[in-house]
Structure formats: C-alpha cells, structure tokens
Design a binder for this molecule. Structure first.
Ligand code: TRP
Ligand code: ZN
Length: 867
C-alpha cells in the first residue's frame, strides 16, 4: 500500500472556487449532483486528478457538455484536459450512494433514523469526486431534498437561504456557507429531532442563533451542552479576542460516530456521549467531558476552520493548538491544578506509550499510509504540550500577540506548523530555532538531573542532561529546547529565592545542551528541589529522590502538580519494590512513612478536596505498567491489590470519618461539589475493601440521587467483589437497558471485572439486547475496556484475550476500519511483555495480516508492529 511523505507536498495544479451540491436523499439510494467551478493554477497541467471511491456515476459534464476523456480506478478519476483551453471550467458529476449500508461511518451514512456525514480526514471523496485535500478551499452551496415526514430537518453548513415543498411529501432546503473551506469541513444532517434554541450576543453586538439538535425525547439532557457552548463563546472572546463569525451555530448529537465530535463549519456533529447529560444519566466526568469537547469544537472555528491546514501532515497545527485552548478553557472555568494533573496522567500513559511503540511519530508526522491513523495522542496531546511550552517560554502576553499575528497572516488560508512558530517568533522576538525541533523529533526525552550543595559558598548546583531514546521511526536524535520549571525548598518548606550573583533569575530553566549546570546562590541549607513543576515539558525525569524528600514535597510543595506527582513516585516505588518481593515469594510490605503521609493529606482534606482525591487515587494497573521495561500483568495486579488493601486497613477510621463527614443533598455540577463527591468516592473505593464494604457500598448505591455516586458504588462493588455486586448490577441493568449511552458504563464495568471468567462474561454480553456491534460507543465500552483496561485478563497467558480481540478485529476490519484501528492498539504494544506473550501477540497480528481486504488502517499498524 502506498505511503505519502510530508516532503513530497506539492501545491495543487487545480483548485475549486465554488461548489454546488444537490442531494436527493434516501437511505437506499441517494443521488448527489456536484457542480464545481474549477480553476487551473498550473498552466502546464493537463491532467486533473480527483479523489473518489470507484463510484458508479451516470455522467460527467464539462461546461455543460458530456465529457468522456477520463480514466477511473479504485481511488481516483483522472480527467484528460488536453483539449480544454479554458483556465476556468465547470464540472458536473452525478454519483449514487447507499447510506444505509455504509457501516464505516465516514462519508454519508445512516445513524439511527437520520442521515449524516463525516468528512474529516478524507471522507468527502466517499460522497463525490473532488480535490479532497485541505489546501483546496471552496464556497459551498448545498441543496437537500428528502421525505418531509422522515426528515423534517435538513441541515448543512452556513446560512439557510431558501426552502420549499414538493410533491410526494418531499421538501427541500438550500444552504450557503460564505466562508471558503476545505472539503473535510463539509457537513449534512437530515432527520427528526428535538431542538433546543438559544442566543448569544457577541462582544461586537451581533446576535447568533444557537441550535442544538438531539434525538426525540432527549431535550431534558441538552441544557448542559448549550450552557457549555455559551461559556466557550464568551471565553474565546475574553481570553483570545476571537468572536464567532456566522449568524447561526448548530450542533447535532448522533448515536453512531467514530470519534468524539467534528467541527464542520457552523454545523458541528457530535457523538451523543459528548452532548447528552442530566444528573440521572451522566457522571461528573461526563459533564466535564462534554464541556471540554463542546469548547474544543467551538474553538476550531478559528483554529482549524478560518485558519486551516495546508496538508494533513500539519494536523497538529489545528489539533495541538485547539487542545491547548480547550485545556486552558477548562482550567479557567474549573480547577487549574486538577485539569493539569488529569491531562498529564493521560499524556504519560497514552502518549509516552505511543512514542515507545511501533507507531511512534513526531507531532508533525513524516509518513502516512492511512490518515485516520494519525488522529493520535501524539498529534493532539503532545501537540498541545508543545504549544504549552511556547506559552511558558513567551508568557501570556507575547503568546497572545503571536496568536494575533498568526490569525491575521493566515485567515482564510491553509497554513503550516512553521507558519505558527514563525508568527510566535515574530511577535515575541524570541529565537525559536531549536524549539522547532519538537515538530520533527519523535520520542520522549529523558532529563537526568543531579545536584550538589556547596555548603561553604552557599551555592546549589543542578546538572541537567537530556537524551531522547531512539524510536521506531527515527534513529537519530538531537537536543531539544526544553523549559524546566523548578522550585527550591528548605527543610521546613520555605521557598528559596532563585538568585545568581545577587540577581533574581527565572524559575524556568532553558535546557538546550546535552549537559549543563545551573547555579543558585545564597542558598543557606541544602534545598529539596521540585523539578518539572506544572509538568513544564513532556519529558521523563530521572532524579534520585529519597523517600523522605518526596514526603516533604508532598507536605509542603506549593505546586498542585508537584504534590500529586511526588505521590505517584512514592506509589510507583512501593509497587516496584513489592513486585520483586512478589516474584521472589517474599511477604509484601508497605512503607509506614508513606501511610503516615497519606493520612496527613487526608486530615487536611478541607484545604483542597479535589487535590486530596487525586493524590489518594492509586494509579490504575495500566498506569503502573507504563513505568516497567517488562510488564508482569499478574504481578502488578496482585501488588496493586495488596496496596489498596493495606491503605484501606490502615486508614480505615480516617477514611470513614471523611466519608461520613461529606454530605451533599442536592446534586449540583459545581467545582466544589464535584471535588467533594470525588473525595467521598475515593474514600469509598478503599472502604469497600474493609469489613464495612458491603454495607457502605449497598447504601451508597440505594441513597444515590445521581449517576456519579451510583456508578461509584457499582464500581466499588465489582472491583472489591462484594456480595451486593450481582444485585446492584442487575438493578442497574433493569433500570437502564433501554439506554445505550448509560449501558456503556455498565458494559465497561463488566469488562474490567476481576473475575477469572471475565472473558466468558464479555462474550455473553455481546448478545445483550443493549449491545450493538455497529455502534462504536458500545464496542469501545465492552471490547475496548476489556483489551485496554483489564490488564490481567487481556494478557492471560493462555492467549484467550488476544484470540478474542483478533476475532473482533477481523469482523471490524470490513465494517469499520477506523474503529478497528483504535481497538488494535493493545495488541501492537507487545515489546514490553514476556517472550511467551510476545509470541502469542505476534501470532494474532499475523492472523489479521493474512486476510484479504485488509484495510489500510490495520495494515499500517500491523506492518509497523511486525517489522
Ligand atoms: N477534528 C475532530 C476533532 O478534533 C476529530 C476527527 C477527526 C473526527 N477525524 C474524525 C471525528 C473522524 C469523527 C470522525 O474534534
Ligand atoms: Zn479537534
């Protein structure tokens, strides 16, 4: 299969200035007539290469005349224009589609009773032949005709300009989007919905109609999304000075969707998981997830749509920047510390693993076979970290000045990552030459830090060396420009001023060399360094902290992230030590100092309940696994369980006291209440392992008036295998079986049960009436949870977990390759498992690679993994 390389980018020979689309919609047979105005940009060029999907098309007309000089193959239509002299011409192409049979959920497809599109990255070519690349920007008008009863709402990008009634119960609506856009931002939706309408007045006084479309009967779950949209619009005006540009902004929630949501101009389409919420169906995390995805898609209107990407290798230009923006939004409207910790947790587990695995790539990839495979944690989350480092290096003011330059210079254009960095450099005057390497180098850099205290001269020295290990895609590594934010504390927790030769120096050290030493003067006792405060760079840190230093930082560090991070180090060290005990059949033990430190944190929980909860949360098995060269699934699972049990036994009375002391009667989605609920539920997650467990969890479940607490109880009961477990699971199932989104939570719990026979259960559940193999949310919650979050069962040494996933992937390869390609991830990360497991995993991959019709999506990953 053909790979594309970033270095091969060539500007297009032709472009489309205007396109008129006519859709005669029907799930069995949709007829699309595309009439496009083409312009020849390269006078030499006589061949027009259009992207498409071997359509059965009835005709091609060039300037209104039948045109026959073309060749068609599986992925393209090549028109021979040697006899056409005009520099501008129109093309009319009619294609026929069958949306009801399109299970890939790309292009035009059926979701429930409605019809909708998904065009990013290269889905528009499944609708008609087109120059389907992001540097071809056209103005779109779209006329949709369909049955009036089945599809009362007919939506597309931009403004509604005309509509009418037809015979046979049909009607039509015509839309016009005044902003030129690439084909990937095109969208169409047809269906019957409930509509929540609202208004937003922009800072310049324009009125914008906000329309949120949800399935019939779901209006009572739409308010939070609407609220989040308005908060996002306001925030973007205040923090970035960016205002919405059309008179209407629509969001449609659909049940069948491959990812989270899509930023189509003026018409966002969302996975219903990221729209629908009320206290009975959604957890606090769901609420926060909705808020951030609504914000993310809204922010794309400027970073993605008004300024788009030149080619798909530049994807991080819009995604990294927009993730950074949505993270900042969540931090400004919620808790900055909590957001930072959760983002880092995700980055460290998923992105560090990606960089260490066969799919390693820089945030701006060099080589792609299937673009859908590059909507990755690297492009998104590491991409956002790179923007965050720029923000750290420049400061808010210069960063915003850079944003202004970037937007002004690139509005209405297709830009590159270099354009962005150039704008930042221009506005700030800061040299970003070395910093640019973050865009081209993959891998997680490691900072090794040693220190020395010169008692006589009161000088403290930090020696920092950097090294990026070789990755699957790149043998040679260079030094990066790494901002390292630090703080120094004395033994009592007093922050030491950072001085050199009497001058105060920045707490952000610029690491640029292989090794360098930084001096701090007037330090009168040997300090404890807090390193990588706020996680100022996406790197691994190697500094030999003693347990007592870590405990001190946990007690007095001013930085939320640092306090959480040192606890992670303490837990990881305990697990590592005990894993050796376990493997050598020696009794396990838990450091009493750490237990003591944890109880002090708990005693002071009122200072910051949210942070207390995060600190107390033991890393998941998969999070622990990330820090090992060779992963021992059974050992990690055993030792982690021992740690939970030990904390529960030792801190029982304190946990119970806090648990009982937190009373929240009415359910409110406020920062304060979310924090208290999460702390209370963390307490419960330990108490579940004590003799009080069954009673407490049972009560927690029956007194709960919201999904957060209900689910917490269900989780505790299942993980701790409490006697009440089966009856609670049954109760939940009976109550919610009609609701797929809620049942996803139940499926995920089932898939991660600690029981030996969990795989048998998972297999049974695939026949459950709430399960639907064609729905990506269901597949991810049942099968994805099993493969990615049930470390022990998936990696069962008998190979049953691998075989199970392989069977699923073979089915999904044809139905929905995009989902298959996400699901295969745990299988391609075999290099850190024992030889025996590796053999089994490779055999599974070989079995998949042998099938006919292997999708590009799976081919690319398997080929890299087996290389
Ligand atoms: N651009 C979308 C976002 O970041 C994500 C996206 C890319 C997507 N490809 C997709 C969503 C395919 C659904 C299906 O928000
Ligand atoms: Zn995005």
């Amino acid at each position: 299969m053909q790979a594309k390389y970033r270095k091969d980018y060539k500007a297009p020979d032709f472009t489309v200035t205007d396109i008129h689309l006519d859709f005669q919609l029907d799930p069995q047979k949709t007829v699309v007539t595309a009439t496009s105005q083409y312009q020849r940009l390269n006078p030499e060029s006589t061949k027009l290469h259009l992207n498409g999907h071997s359509f059965q098309f009835s005709s091609i007309k060039l300037n209104g005349q039948d045109f026959n000089h073309y060749q068609q193959d599986k992925e393209s239509l090549v028109l021979d224009l040697s006899s056409v002299n005009a520099e501008e011409f129109s093309l009319e192409i009619v294609t026929n589609l069958k949306p009801s049979e399109n299970t890939s959920l790309q292009g035009l497809y059926q979701s429930g009773d409605g019809l909708c599109t998904q065009c990013e990255a290269e889905g528009f070519r499944q609708i008609t032949y087109m120059l389907d690349r992001p540097d071809v920007l056209a103005r779109y008008t779209t006329k949709i005709t369909a049955d009036k009863l089945k599809y009362p709402y007919l939506l597309s990008n931009g403004n509604r300009i005309a509509s009418g009634e037809l015979e046979n119960n049909k009607h039509w609506v015509e839309w016009n989007d005044p902003f030129p856009k690439p084909s990937y931002l095109f969208a169409l939706v047809a269906g019957d919905f409930d509509l929540l309408s609202d208004k937003f007045i922009t800072k310049s006084g324009r009125e914008v109609n906000l329309e949120l479309y949800v399935d019939k009967g779901n209006l009572d779950r739409a308010d939070w999304a609407m609220q989040s949209l308005k908060t996002s619009m306001k925030w973007d005006e205040e923090r970035f000075g960016l205002e919405y540009d059309l008179d209407i902004y629509m969001i449609v929630a659909v049940d069948f969707f491959n990812m989270g949501a899509m930023e189509n101009k003026g018409l966002n389409i969302f996975n219903s998981k990221y729209v629908l919420a009320n206290s009975q169906t959604a957890t606090d995390d769901d609420y926060l997830g909705i808020e951030s995805v609504i914000a993310h898609e809204y922010f794309h209107n400027w970073t993605g749509n008004r300024v788009t990407c030149r080619d798909w290798f530049q994807l991080s230009l819009k995604e990294g920047l927009t993730v950074f923006r949505d993270q900042e939004f969540s931090s400004d409207v919620g808790s900055r510390g909590v957001n930072r910790i959760n983002n880092v947790k995700f980055l460290r587990t998923s992105q560090f693993a990606e960089d260490a695995g066969p799919m390693s790539h820089p945030i701006r990839p060099e080589k792609v076979i299937e673009m859908n495979n590059f909507y990755t944690v690297t492009v998104y989350e590491k991409g956002a970290e790179v923007i965050r480092m720029l923000h750290t290096l420049l400061g808010e003011e210069k960063f915003q000045a850079g944003m202004k330059v970037y937007i002004n210079e690139n509005d209405g254009k297709a830009a590159t990552c270099d354009d962005f960095v150039n704008a930042m450099e221009k506005a700030s005057g800061i040299d970003l030459t070395q910093f640019r390497r973050w865009y081209s180098q993959s891998g997680t850099p490691k900072l090794t830090i040693t220190d020395k205290y010169d008692e006589k001269n009161h000088i403290y020295k930090l020696t920092v060396s950097q090294m990026t290990p070789v990755t699957a895609d790149q043998m040679e590594k260079v030094n990066l420009h790494i901002p390292l934010k630090i703080a120094l504390y004395d033994d009592k927790g007093i922050t030491q001023t950072l001085l050199r030769d009497g001058e105060q120096i920045s707490d952000v050290l610029h690491i640029t060399q292989t090794e360098e030493t930084f001096e701090f003067h007037n330090i009168y006792t040997k300090p404890i360094p807090a390193l990588l405060c706020d996680f100022s760079a996406p790197v691994k840190l190697d500094y030999e902290y003693s347990t007592s230093q870590l405990i001190k930082l946990l007690q007095f560090a001013k930085n939320d992230f640092v306090r959480w991070d040192v606890t992670q180090m303490l837990f990881t060290e305990e697990l590592r030590r005990n894993l050796i005990n376990y493997q050598q059949n020696v009794v396990l033990d838990f450091s009493p100092e750490i237990l003591n430190a944890l109880s002090k944190v708990l005693e002071n929980y009122q200072q910051d309940p949210a942070l207390t909860a995060l600190i107390l949360m033991l890393p998941k098995e998969t999070e622990f696994a990330e820090s090992f060269k060779t992963i021992d699934p059974d050992g990690i699972s055993f030792v982690r369980h021992f740690m939970v049990q030990t904390i529960a036994d030792n801190l029982k009375s304190l946990l119970l006291q806090i648990y009982n002391g937190i009373n929240l009667d009415e359910y409110r989605v406020t920062q304060e209440d979310i924090a208290l609920r999460s702390l209370r539920n963390v307490c419960l997650s330990y108490l579940a392992y004590t003799n009080l467990g069954n009673t407490l969890v049972n009560k927690h479940y029956s007194y709960s008036n919201n999904m957060t607490d209900t689910l917490a109880a269900l989780n505790c009961a299942t993980k701790a295998m409490l006697p009440c477990r089966d009856s609670l699971l049954k109760d939940f199932e009976e109550k919610w079986q009609h609701d797929g989104l809620v049942m996803d939570k139940w499926f995920a719990i089932q898939a991660t049960r600690p029981d030996e026979d969990v795989l048998v259960q998972v297999n049974h559940l695939m026949d459950h009436s709430s399960f639907n193999f064609n729905n990506p949310n269901r597949v991810r919650s049942l099968i994805g949870s099993f493969a990615s979050h049930n470390l022990k069962a998936f990696h069962n040494i008998d190979g049953s977990g691998y075989r199970f996933l392989t069977d699923i992937l073979l089915k999904l390869n044809e139905k929905n390759p995009q989902v298959a390609s996400r699901l295969i991830e745990p299988l391609i990360h075999f290099s850190r498992f024992s030889a025996q497991r590796q053999t089994l995993m490779k055999r599974a991959l070989e079995r998949i690679s042998a099938v006919e019709n292997l999708s590009k999506d799976l081919f690319e990953k398997i080929e890299k993994a087996l290389q």
